[in-house]
Design a protein around this ligand. Structure first.
Ligand SMILES: [Zn+2]
Length: 138
């Protein structure tokens, strides 16, 4: 398992989330978000938020990164980074917390970063305690 201590953020993962953020499609909110997931296989998958004219309909950065990971055949997340605007500590929305938990153990680290670096690290379990998870259906 490629899990790391939540005190030691993966700098390559943070950089990927920060870099992805520049490509967010956010003509309505102007709120750029980038996400990067480290799969158990070691690969990094990135995503950005994508809005449309029926705003607030759209896709979150985390959901886009999960879709890229699943497309590649990976099914387990080892670490997560989410990047927002400078000075902000952003965390995944409620729906994305459930989506992340689908592919993550509760102990997986979630780093909130801005363009200057990591601002906060918590776990999926911190963000979605007492989650209804795949283990309930197995
Ligand atoms: Zn979301």
């Amino acid at each position: 398992m490629a899990e790391k201590s939540k005190d030691l953020p993966d700098t390559e993962l943070l950089a990927a989330a920060i870099a992805a953020r520049a490509n967010a499609y956010v003509p309505y909110s102007g709120y750029h978000v980038g996400a990067a997931l480290r799969g158990k296989n070691g690969k990094i998958y990135t995503g950005v938020n994508v809005e449309n004219a029926a705003y607030p309909e759209g896709t979150c950065a985390e959901a886009a990164a999960i879709a890229a990971m699943v497309l590649d055949g990976e099914r387990e997340i080892a670490e997560v980074a989410v990047a927002g605007p400078e000075g902000a500590i952003i965390t995944p929305c409620g729906g994305c917390r459930q989506k992340l938990r689908e592919f993550s153990r509760a102990t997986v680290a979630v780093h909130s970063c801005d363009p200057t670096g990591c601002k906060q690290t918590v776990t999926i379990g911190d963000l979605l305690p007492h989650a209804f998870s795949p283990e309930h259906l197995s």
